[in-house]
Design a protein around this ligand. Structure first.
Ligand code: MTE
Ligand code: MOS
Length: 856
């Protein structure tokens, strides 16, 4: 019995009932039932022929080393082994860098991170392939490795040139400012921890082409890279993605390598080939969120209003460029969060290290910029002894101003949103109560303290590479009145398919379950952009709508002539088509009639985002179509004796414009918030001194659980339609809520600040693990845990066996002084001295690299 049959109503019921589940209703995810039942098919679940071959990779154990010799004879001899492939066996292109070269499919003579692929084993089972890998004997000559941002900055090792944004005379503003504050903040990376790991399955076709099943956010790029590594034209390769078990950015570029390896083997062996990364492998060999080390110097007036900011952002990119150029740019675009910097000087460095190549992760660098602004706001508030919320509100952008990269601030109601949230959550009253409670706790010798924080989010929506802001869709109507929609976006659990189906159902005013969104395939909609930058619904929704409009116009023209009525008098309504006052047909009967009169019932649709442009050489323009806004108010309780804490309450008010699906949108807000909380509180990536990831499994890397959710949690949508002409005036929702979690970190900071009577900035680090909280508490109480400028390697060494050099640099999360890249001066042409209105330019920054430029 097929478990799918019950998902569809019978034909007779379908034709008669009133429409349901359209735009604005909280319909459940199209795979909700199959997700819960465990019947949703992921790539690894696909039924495959018994003869399918399996691939496993041999990984480098050195961060930076010359590979002197690889003895793979015992690998060949292992049970079930069919083939072994090294760099020399690669048949065509060997580099799969998405924007710039630098990502060899396998290391050739030098390895640049622990986990880099050295060779691949092909065997009759996944297990056999993995076991055979262990038989390899590899001889290395270790080379000096750079493992930290500090070292990369000091040695000026950058994977891409530094970039600068500026406005006004920052140094003059800093000089004349009544108060000048300098600070630094170090943020760790984050493991994506998608539940479904990286996976691929490639089937050779009888015409020499390849069918590629992958878990990728970017099917077109996988198609192109697979074609290039096996030397096929693009049309011979089809990529199919029905769903991912989560991507979060980790499958934007880094799903490609496994598909390429399978494709090479499929061609060599003419057999179907499958490959998956088990969790530990996945954690070690794939890139993560970028670790950042940021510093700032800010001049403020008596109210804490910013007069000028000098900021340096340095991201740890790893060994190759991947998407790091655009990620550090996005950090720079968001280092203001929601605050006006009249004068600003922002430097962004892309540090090259001998570690895995870091990649897209929900927010794409935005969170690392935004948190720097939020940390700075807290720093200003505690230095001046003010309520952090007042400092935030005083600095908020006003309509008519522009950002430090020239984007005009329009339709900006964040102040209203924040004030509404402050009232709804009783911010003022609770703040007073908490201040009192903390005093009382101190007087009574109680170890508990409480903290409260309300922080905003402003997140720019659009890919900053202009080319990527385009999308295509294909709408097919069948003669029973059911509809298929296919588009360039991929489903990773975020509810894109159901939202696009809602768009199509709404356009024809038919039941949602007569519309089906089908697997993303490069042979249906070509040359697609990655599903990223939260733009999936914005772009594919408009493309699908345009396809519907084309078909509708054809149908109207046909009906007007056939029934001899005016086209304006024909209405698609409630599963029916009203032909003036003459006749009412069911939608199904109507399309059947159109078919019988030879009217085409399918169409493509296309969309490109209007208004956007950005001149990177001047660091000036309007890179974003609009901003998504939101705010969160969190209350925490900390234990000053142990550093433990809990989130007692959180109120969220988030702006998704006019929601297409409030249930899905609220799910995105909740999920994003908790994932952000994980990054800022519990998730701690730890590497040993050799550059090996120590936190390589759920046993030693703590993602948030249901237990960590706020005890009281209210999430509301800000009821305001998008002023820009987006699909039904909705707003993108995927990434922005991630940064609402800043409220939790700032609330913990607030609880600690109570120990210094709110007059001293607690030096709380990120993530605020219980250890970090305890250290910050002790520092504020004048106890140990001084801030070391260098990791205490002697202590670490004394704890580890003498013959083993594997210490763990736990002090990397300390707020170390970050070197200011003094010699790295901005070229005169970058940035603007005056706050000019940006002008559209003819040739925006389209990367010159291979294929369509790729980034957010
Ligand atoms: N939600 C789920 N459930 N799973 C995911 O992998 N990825 C996030 C976000 N929400 C993700 C998710 C990221 S990083 C992005 S960019 C957007 O979804 C992409 O989808 P969208 O453009 O359709 O919002
Ligand atoms: Mo999301 S980081 O843009 O895939």
């Amino acid at each position: 019995m097929s478990h799918h049959s019950s998902l569809f109503d019978s034909y007779s019921i379908r034709r008669q009932r009133p429409p349901k589940n359209k735009i604005g209703t909280g319909v459940k995810h199209d795979s909700a039932i199959s997700h819960v039942m465990g019947t949703a098919t992921y790539v690894d679940d696909m039924l495959k022929p018994q003869s399918t071959l399996h691939v496993a990779i041999g990984k480098s154990t050195h961060a930076h080393a010359r590979i002197l010799h690889m003895d793979l004879s015992a690998v060949w001899a292992a049970d079930g082994v069919v083939d072994v492939i090294t760099f020399q066996d690669l048949p065509a292109k060997t580099d799969i860098g998405p924007v710039f070269d630098g990502d060899p499919l396998m290391a050739d003579k030098v390895t640049e991170y622990v986990g880099q692929t050295l060779f691949a084993v092909v065997a009759t089972s996944h297990r056999a392939a993995k076991k055979a890998v262990l038989n390899a004997l590899i001889e290395y000559e270790p080379l000096a490795a750079i493992l930290t941002i500090d070292d990369a900055l000091e040695q000026e090792q950058f994977i891409r040139p530094s970039h600068f944004m500026q406005r006004g005379d920052t140094q003059a503003e800093l000089k004349s400012a009544p108060t000048r504050i300098a600070g630094h903040i170090h943020m760790l990376g984050q493991e994506h921890f998608y539940l479904e790991g990286q996976v691929s399955y490639v089937v050779p076709c009888d015409d020499g082409g390849l069918e590629v099943y992958t878990s990728s956010q970017h099917p077109s790029e996988v198609q192109q890279l697979v074609a290039e590594v096996v030397d096929l034209p693009f049309h011979a390769v089809t990529t199919i993605v029905r769903r991912m078990g989560g991507g979060f950015g980790g499958k934007e570029t880094q799903a490609a390598a496994w598909a390429c390896l399978c494709a090479i083997v499929a061609k060599r062996q003419n057999m179907p080939v499958s490959m998956r990364l088990d969790r530990q492998d996945d954690m070690v060999v794939t890139g993560k969120r970028h670790e950042f080390s940021n510093r700032y110097e800010v001049g403020v007036d008596e109210d804490g209003k910013v007069l000028g900011v000098d900021m340096q952002l340095a991201g740890l990119c790893g060994y190759s460029p991947d998407l790091s150029d655009a990620i550090v740019d996005r950090a720079m675009f968001h280092c203001d969060n929601a605050y006006y910097y009249p004068a600003a000087q922002i430097a962004g460095h892309r540090c090259k290290t001998h570690t895995v190549s870091n990649t897209a992760y929900r927010g794409f660098g935005g969170p690392q910029g935004l948190l720097t602004a939020e940390y700075m706001m807290d720093h200003i508030a505690y230095t001046l002894g003010k309520d952090p919320l007042h400092v935030r509100l005083a600095n908020l952008y006003q309509n008519g101003q522009s950002t430090h990269y020239g984007q005009p601030i329009e339709h900006f109601d964040l102040a209203t949103l924040m004030q509404t949230l402050a009232e709804d959550s009783d911010y003022d009253k609770r703040r007073q109560q908490i201040i009192e409670a903390n005093k009382k706790a101190e007087a009574e010798g109680n170890d508990k303290r409480w903290g409260l924080a309300l922080t905003p989010v402003k997140f720019g929506i659009s890919f900053t590479v202009q080319t990527l802001n385009q999308a295509g869709a294909l709408v097919l109507i069948y003669t029973d009145g059911t509809i298929q929609v296919n588009h360039g976006g991929t489903e990773m659990g975020q509810g894109l398919y159901i939202k696009i189906a809602q768009v199509v159902a709404n356009e024809f005013d038919v039941d949602l379950d007569t519309v089906k969104a089908t697997a993303t395939r490069t042979d249906k909609v070509p040359n697609t952009s990655p599903t990223a930058a939260s733009s999936g619904t914005d772009m594919n929704g408009k493309a699908a709508q345009n396809a519907c409009i084309t078909i509708k116009n054809r149908l109207l023209e046909f009906a007007a002539e056939h029934f001899q009525v005016n086209a304006e008098d024909i209405r698609f309504e409630r599963n029916h088509v009203h032909i003036g006052t003459k006749e009412v047909l069911t939608f199904a009967d109507f399309v059947l009639l159109a078919y019988q009169h030879r009217i085409s019932l399918s169409s493509t649709g296309y969309y490109k985002t209007p208004k956007i442009f950005y001149d990177r050489s001047k660091a000036w323009g309007r890179p974003f179509f609009y901003f998504a806004l939101g705010a969160a108010c969190a209350e925490v309780e900390i234990d000053t004796l142990t550093g433990e804490y809990k989130v007692l309450r959180c109120d969220i008010l988030h702006d998704v414009g006019q929601s297409i699906n409030p249930a899905v949108d609220i799910g995105q807000i909740e999920g994003g918030f908790v994932q952000g909380m994980g990054w800022l509180t519990t998730e701690e990536l730890i590497w040993d001194k050799k550059g090996t990831l120590a936190s390589n499994s759920p046993a030693n890397y703590k993602i948030p659980t249901a237990h960590d959710l706020p005890k009281q949690w209210r999430v509301k949508l800000f009821d305001r339609k998008n002023e820009e002409q987006t699909i039904y005036n909705s707003k993108a929702v995927g990434e922005p809520p991630f940064m609402l979690a800043a409220s939790v970190w700032c609330a913990i900071n607030n609880a600690i600040a109570s120990l210094g009577d709110y007059k001293q900035n607690p030096e709380l680090t990120m993530p605020a693990t219980p250890e970090a909280v305890l250290k910050a508490v002790m520092r504020l109480q004048g106890q140990a845990w001084e801030i070391a400028s260098k990791p205490d390697t002697e202590t670490i060494e004394s704890l580890t066996p003498a013959d083993d050099d594997w210490g763990i640099d736990d002090d990397r999360v300390l707020p170390q002084q970050v070197a200011h890249g003094k010699d790295i001066e901005p070229p005169a042409s970058e940035g603007q001295l005056f706050d000019e209105e940006p002008e559209a330019i003819e040739n925006p920054n389209v990367s010159t690299a291979r294929g369509p430029a790729h980034s957010e």
